[in-house]
Design a protein around this ligand. Structure first.
Ligand code: ZN
Ligand code: ZN
Length: 343
């Protein structure tokens, strides 16, 4: 089968190789990949900015069909439409593994970086990672379960959001648009900030339920925010753009005793007025990937129609055209790009 692989470490060194179909060992499940999303992590692995263990098949946002199960697998059956969590193995013994925070395990090994991932026709994953896809979710949409689980962990499990909160989301990319929907599902009011390059994405934010959207380079968002909050500022702000100026802007927009939530990654240190954390008595939270509880909630929300991932899939490429797909991602063309295997 053809697979998009990081073949050796260093910048680039990604190519399509012919590899053998895997067979599932005990406790594992073999999936026929139907859709695999391209994520910033894949691009960072390409540029050698994120640790990988080559040779390895890239791709960790996977939806597919179970085709075979290994000895001892009972819960999962061939034929099921599923998605999969991404941690292939963790140590099981460290303080984090023992307290339900396997995302922080120093020995964590994930598909798509340490173990063969989804940019191919078949992959093998542990049975306990498997979640059935709700009937109303296509494979393409199901490939976004992983980023949605990450957003739920970062936006709902770390900070505390309650109905009626006024929130600001900076950065209407895939992560920002998932955050918007998750916040709307909690009963919060959501203002979304973007820039000139985000016009289409801001329009999408409105279609997905945002109360107000603004181009920070042109619109006066501050007046409306202050009107909505009796001049106090936002209860919570969510940085989803990974851009330094957005982070600083959100520090100015959050109210005293409010919550600042960092979901985007900057890839470098950024200037930040930390005095504001003291002066305003802010609570600041961050998040690293996801935990199993976030996956259950993610699939419940899409099943209930409270979060829609299908509209975020803008482009589908066959696996062989991975290079064009990676280029489109780096040009920030569209939203989520998905790869599909072709036999
Ligand atoms: Zn991802
Ligand atoms: Zn551990």
């Amino acid at each position: 089968m053809k697979a998009v692989m990081k073949v050796t470490s260093g910048v680039g060194n990604v190519e399509v190789r012919e590899i053998e179909e895997p067979t599932p060992p005990p406790g594992h499940v073999k999936l026929a990949v139907k859709a695999a999303g391209i994520c910033g992590t894949d691009i960072h692995i390409f540029h050698d900015e994120f640790k990988s263990w080559p040779p390895v098949v890239l791709g960790h946002e996977v939806a597919g069909q179970v085709v075979e199960v290994g000895p001892g697998v009972e819960r999962v059956k061939p034929g099921e439409r599923v998605t999969t969590e991404t941690y292939f193995s963790t140590c099981g013994e460290c303080r984090f593994c023992r307290t339900g925070k396997a995302n922080l395990c120093p020995e964590r090994r994930s598909i798509g970086s340490a173990v063969n991932g989804g940019f191919t026709s078949y992959l093998v994953v542990p049975e306990h990672n498997i979640h059935p896809l709700p009937d109303n979710v296509s494979y393409k949409a199901g490939a976004l379960s992983e980023p949605l689980a990450c957003v739920i962990h970062g936006a709902l499990e770390r900070p505390k959001v309650v109905p009626g909160d006024v929130t600001v989301v900076a950065g209407p990319g895939v992560i920002g648009l998932l955050t918007v929907q998750v916040l709307k599902a909690t009963g919060a009011k959501v203002l979304v900030l973007g820039t000139d390059v985000d016009e289409a994405r801001l329009q999408m934010a409105v279609e997905l339920g945002a109360n107000h959207t603004f181009n920070v380079q042109r619109d006066d968002y501050r007046t409306l925010l202050m009107d909505l909050t009796e001049g106090y500022g936002a209860d919570l702000v969510f940085e989803c753009s990974g851009a330094g100026p957005a982070a600083q802007n959100l520090l100015d927009l959050v109210r005293r005793a409010g919550q600042y939530v960092q979901i985007g990654l900057f890839g470098k240190p950024v200037a930040w007025d930390l005095d504001q954390i003291c002066m305003k008595e802010l609570t600041v939270t961050g998040s690293n990937a996801s935990v199993p509880s976030a996956w259950d909630r993610a699939l419940n929300l899409v099943s209930a129609g409270l979060v829609k991932t299908e509209p975020l899939v803008s482009t589908v490429f066959p696996i062989a055209e991975w290079r064009e797909a990676f280029d489109a991602f780096e040009r920030r063309a569209g939203l989520k790009t998905v790869l599909e295997p072709v036999d």
